[in-house]
Every structure is written in structure tokens, then in C-alpha cells.
Write a protein that binds this ligand. Structure first.
Ligand code: FAQ
Length: 325
């Protein structure tokens, strides 16, 4: 039997590759696209990076609705630049995902068909201009807490993409805070608008960190592989501790009657988000899920001619290069 001798050899080779992978992780070195990885590591990385990329792309929509209605040219320019940055983040992340063998067209198809998730936060509407400031302050703030540790993720292309993304998210967070500070120094109506937006976005922002650790199926393995460096609950706590003094400086109330400093723990205690609502939103039944996906689908279909033109140009270029060679 010609194949029989090769099977144990293949097994041995795979065991050696697996040891090499484990050594890379244990030494806190980066896994690169050329390296062998277990199938489950690849699947986890594709899932997380794709979900992250989709979140950036869908995340353009809530704030995007305010670009044409921003109250001044300055605010419009700032918002336009921020939304463009989010498109850029989506593109770096799709590229990182492609280094794992994922196909970009498949990823877009899986977003539109609902096979892959995107962050629950972007299924809530941005009802007033203050929401754009609160998205910068709270949503980008939560994103930074979650993503700074990902700059040390074991997968090299993702870790490197996160460095630039985190720098830009930090800028967005400060810009959102500056917008809210301006509004809080304005009229009573502007102050109410900010408080209303904080009331609506606070709980969904806490949900961005994912389910509680006890209900998080992926955390233990992702921590062992050094993809995640902290659990969902650790990062949620970090976000609350970071945000409370900022809310005080701003003069807004965070809508949680259980929120208070606990001197014994050295952290703030806080109430539990409505996890039934979280499951509904992640399951596709949030306030804006259908609208967000329909909008992305329409944009994808409207862009078909651009993809066809780019492919035709690339084919022509390749034929010309071939003719020269
Ligand atoms: N929404 O076992 P875990 C941004 C899913 S970017 C929807 O805890 P894991 C920038 C999870 O995928 C925001 N689904 O999972 C911006 C898993 O799915 P499965 C996005 C969620 O991966 C700012 C299942 O539930 N950031 O904001 C959510 O270990 C402003 C079980 O959960 C990232 O993607 C959720 N909130 O931990 C743009 C960061 N949470 O396996 C515009 C990278 C969990 O059932 C404006 N990702 N799920 O298919 C991560 O750090 C992790 O993937 C977590 C989840 C922490 C999100």
C-alpha cells in the first residue's frame, strides 16, 4: 500500500508543527501568515477579525446619517474624517483576514447573509446630533479598552493593524468628548440632548465587551492562544472605572442606580446589562439590524460595476505585462 508509510510520517510532521506553534505562543512571539497553525486557531482568528472588520464597516452607518445634518462646516468635516477612518479600519482588517486564507468576497457575502456577526452596538439608532459625540466618547472609548490589548495579540497581521487603529480610535474618543463638552457648556436644550444620548448608549456600550465570562464560550481558548489578553468582564470593569470620572467632568449622569465606588475592591460596582436584549440584538432582532444589513447589501450591489472595472483593468494589465515578458 503506497500511502501507508506516509500516514505516520505526516502525523509526525504535524506533531512537530504543532509543537513549534505552541512554542511560539509560549514565548510570546507572533504567529505569521507563513506559519502552520491549528485549524481551530485559524477559524477563531477569521471569526474575530471578520467580525471586527464588519463592525467597522457597519459602524459607519449610525454616525454617517449625521454628516449631511452636522450643525457647522467644522463639525461636518470632523465627522466625515472619522467615518472615513472607520472605512480604513475595515479595509486593514479585511486584509489581515485575507492573510489567513479568507476570501474578501466570501466575507462580505457572509456579513450580508447573516452568517457572520458584527458588533451589537451598531444596531442602535443615532437619534440626535449628540449621539455622534456619545458614540465617539463611549463607543470608541469601549473599543479602545477592548483593542489596546489586541495590539499584543498572537497573530502578527492583526496585532499590527490594531496599533494604527487604536491610535485613530483614541483621537475619535477625544474628539467625541470635546464635542460633548462644547454642548454641555451650551444651552439647556443641548445639555438635555447629551444626557438623552448618554442614557441610550450607556448599556449598549457595556454590551460591546461580549457576554459575561461565565457565558463566553471562546474566552478560555482565546486567552490560552494569547489572542485575548483579558476576559470580557475584566475589560468591561476597566471601561467603567475609566468612564465614571470622565462623566463627572462632563456633568452627565450615567443611567445606573447601582453604580458606586467600592473601596474594598478598588473598582466601581455596577449593574448588569440586559443580557436578554443583547441576545436579541446579536440574534438579528435589534432596533436597526435589518436596516443596517439592507443598506450594506444595497451599497455592495451598487458597487458591482467598480469591482468589474477593477478586475477588467487588472486582467488587461496582466495581459500587457505578459506580452512584454
Ligand atoms: N456583538 O465567546 P465570546 C468599533 C459574539 S469596533 C456581537 O465572548 P469572543 C470601532 C462572539 O463573536 C467594535 N456579537 O466571543 C468603531 C461569539 O460569536 P460566535 C467591534 C458578539 O470572540 C467605533 C459569541 O458572541 N470590536 O467599535 C458580541 O471571545 C465607533 C460569544 O462571545 C471587535 O470586534 C457583541 N458585542 O469575544 C466603529 C473587537 N460580543 O462564537 C464605528 C475584537 C460577543 O457565537 C464607530 N473582538 N459576540 O460566532 C473581540 O475582542 C472579541 O471578539 C469580543 C467577543 C470581545 C467582541
Amino acid at each position: 500500500m503506497p500511502g501507508a508509510a506516509t500516514v505516520p510520517e505526516a502525523g509526525l510532521a504535524e506533531a512537530a508543527l504543532e509543537q513549534q506553534f505552541e512554542r511560539t505562543i509560549a514565548r510570546d512571539q507572533r504567529v505569521e501568515p507563513r506559519d502552520w497553525v491549528p485549524d481551530a486557531y485559524r477559524a477563531t482568528m477569521v471569526r474575530q477579525i471578520a467580525q471586527h472588520a464588519h463592525s467597522e464597516i457597519i459602524g459607519m452607518q449610525p454616525e454617517g446619517t449625521w454628516i449631511t445634518r452636522a450643525p457647522s462646516l467644522r463639525r461636518k468635516a470632523i465627522l466625515l474624517a472619522k467615518v472615513q477612518d472607520e472605512a480604513g479600519h475595515g479595509l486593514y482588517l479585511y486584509s489581515a483576514c485575507e492573510t489567513l486564507g479568507a476570501d474578501r468576497a466570501d466575507l462580505t457575502g457572509w456579513l450580508i447573509s447573516g452568517r457572520q456577526k458584527y458588533s451589537s452596538i451598531f444596531n442602535y439608532p443615532a437619534l440626535s446630533f449628540a449621539d455622534t459625540g456619545v458614540i465617539g466618547w463611549l463607543v470608541d472609548g469601549a473599543a479602545i479598552c477592548n483593542q489596546v490589548p489586541l495590539c499584543r495579540c498572537s497573530y502578527g497581521p492583526y496585532a499590527r493593524a490594531m496599533i494604527r487603529i487604536c491610535k485613530e480610535e483614541s483621537f475619535h474618543q477625544r474628539q467625541g468628548y470635546e464635542q460633548l463638552m462644547t454642548m454641555m457648556n451650551g444651552t439647556a436644550a443641548q445639555q438635555e440632548m447629551v444626557q438623552g444620548a448618554v442614557d441610550r448608549w450607556w448599556w449598549p456600550s457595556l454590551m460591546m465587551f461580549g457576554p459575561p465570562d461565565a457565558a463566553s464560550p471562546n474566552t478560555a481558548q482565546s486567552m490560552a492562544w494569547k489572542i485575548k489578553r483579558h476576559t470580557n468582564d475584566e475589560l468591561r470593569q476597566r471601561f467603567v472605572d475609566m468612564t465614571v470620572p470622565q462623566a463627572e467632568a462632563l456633568g452627565v449622569r450615567l443611567p445606573d442606580p447601582d453604580l458606586r465606588w467600592n473601596p474594598t475592591r478598588g473598582h466601581h460596582d455596577f449593574g448588569a446589562p440586559d443580557w436578554a436584549e443583547f441576545r436579541q440584538v446579536v440574534g438579528g432582532n435589534g432596533p436597526c439590524n435589518a436596516q443596517r444589513v439592507a443598506h450594506r447589501k444595497a451599497a455592495h450591489e451598487a458597487g458591482a460595476w467598480v469591482r468589474e472595472a477593477a478586475a477588467a483593468h487588472a486582467a488587461k494589465q496582466a495581459a500587457r505585462d505578459g506580452a512584454v515578458a
